[in-house]
Design a protein around this ligand. Sequence first.
Ligand SMILES: [Zn+2]
Length: 414
Amino acid sequence: MQKGSKLSMKSITIFVMLDACRHDYISRRHTPFLHSLQSSSLSCPVKPTFGFEPDAAYLAGLYPDQADGGAQFWYNPKDSPFKLARFLPKWTNKLPKIPQKIIRKLLLKAVRLSNSAPNLSTAWLPFHLLNQFALPMMNGLDQPGFCPGHKSIFDLLREQNLPWLFHAGPDYRVTINAACKRAKVKLHPPLAFAFFHIGNLDGTGHAFGPHSDEIQTELSHVDHGLSKIYRLANKRFSNVNFVIMGDHGMIEVDHLLNVKEILSALPLSLEKDYMYILDSTMARFWFFSKQAKQLIGHAMKNLQGGHIITKDEKDTFHLNYPHNRFGDMIYLANPGYLIFPNHYQVHRPETGMHGYSSNAYGQQALLLINSERVKHQQLKTPVAMRRVFPSVCDLLDISVPVDCNLPSLLTDLP
Ligand SMILES: [Zn+2]
C-alpha cells in the first residue's frame, strides 16, 4: 500500500546494481563522479548474504533459506530443467572448449523450448550430471514469482501499477555503454523506478583482480557512464533518488585448492556414493552412503585453506532449508583461496573471486544512497544487504510487506 499522497511521476528512484563494486573502490582519481556524489550521500560497506546469489536479499529483504535459493545450482533431479542432457554420451565432456560451448548453447536452446526462465545456465557442469541439478534462482529478477511466497520490489511496483525500466540480462547487455544507450532512449517520465545491472567490474575483477590497473581503468569508464545517466535523469525528472549497490566485492586469488583431485583419490563412486558441485569458493556435497560421508568429511576437514560450515554458521548465514538441496556438507574456502578446477572455471583460474564469507573485508560491497531525503554520512560499519530492500521501498514511498521487519536506512542507521 502506498503511504501518503500519490507519487509524482516526475520522481524516480534509479537503482544501479554495480556488480562486484567493492566498498573501497571509490577514489577522487579514478571515480571522480562517485567520489563527489558520496559527499552528499549516505554510503557504507554492505554485507551480501552467503553464497553467489544475493538478489533476494536486496530485492526482497530475504536470507538464502527464506528465499529458498542462494545458489545457482543445487541437487534436485526431480526439478532439473536438464533432463534432456542424459542423452548426451559421456565423451562429450572430453571435447575441447569450443565444441563443448557449442553443445552447451544448443542444449540451452532445446531446454528453452519448454522452459522460458531467463537465467538458465549449464556453467561447466559435466553433461551427464546436469540432470541431477536444478536452478532455484532461474526466474527473472523482475518476474512475478522471483521469490515464491514473498514480494520483491518489482511485485510491489506491480501492485501499485507503478511503471519501471528494467535493464538486465539476458535481454540486455549488462555493460555501462548499453545501459547509457538504453537510458538515453527509455529513461523518461512517467517512470517510478529504473533498475540497471552493470557487469563491467565483475568481468574485469575476475580477469585481472581488484587491485589491477585494468580495474582502475574500468572504474573510470563506469564512473563516467554513471555520471551521464545521473545527469540525464536530473534533466528529465524533477526528483531523482540515485542508489548504487555492489552485490559483492572481489578478492585477489593467491592460492588454489584442487578438490577434484582429492575426491578422485578416494575409493568412492560419484553418483552412487555422493554428488558434488564446486562453485569456486564452495564445495558442496550430497552423500548417499555412510562411507562417502566419512571419507569426504575427513578429507575436507584436513584440507588447509578453508573449513566445513558449522551448525552455528548455518544459523548465522541462514542456511537452514527444509531440504538438503543446498548440500549435506559445505566446505568454504578462505578469502584468497580458489577451488580449481571447479564447475565454473575449468580452463584457467580467475585472478579475482567473490563468494567468500561476508565478514571478509574484500567481499563487502559499496552502497551509496543519494536522495534529498538522506543526509551525508559515510559509515564505516557494514550493513546487511537485506536492509537495502526496505530503504528502496522507503525512497519509492511504498510500504514494506507485513512479514518484513527490517528498518529503512533512511530513518534508522546502525
Ligand atoms: Zn562474478
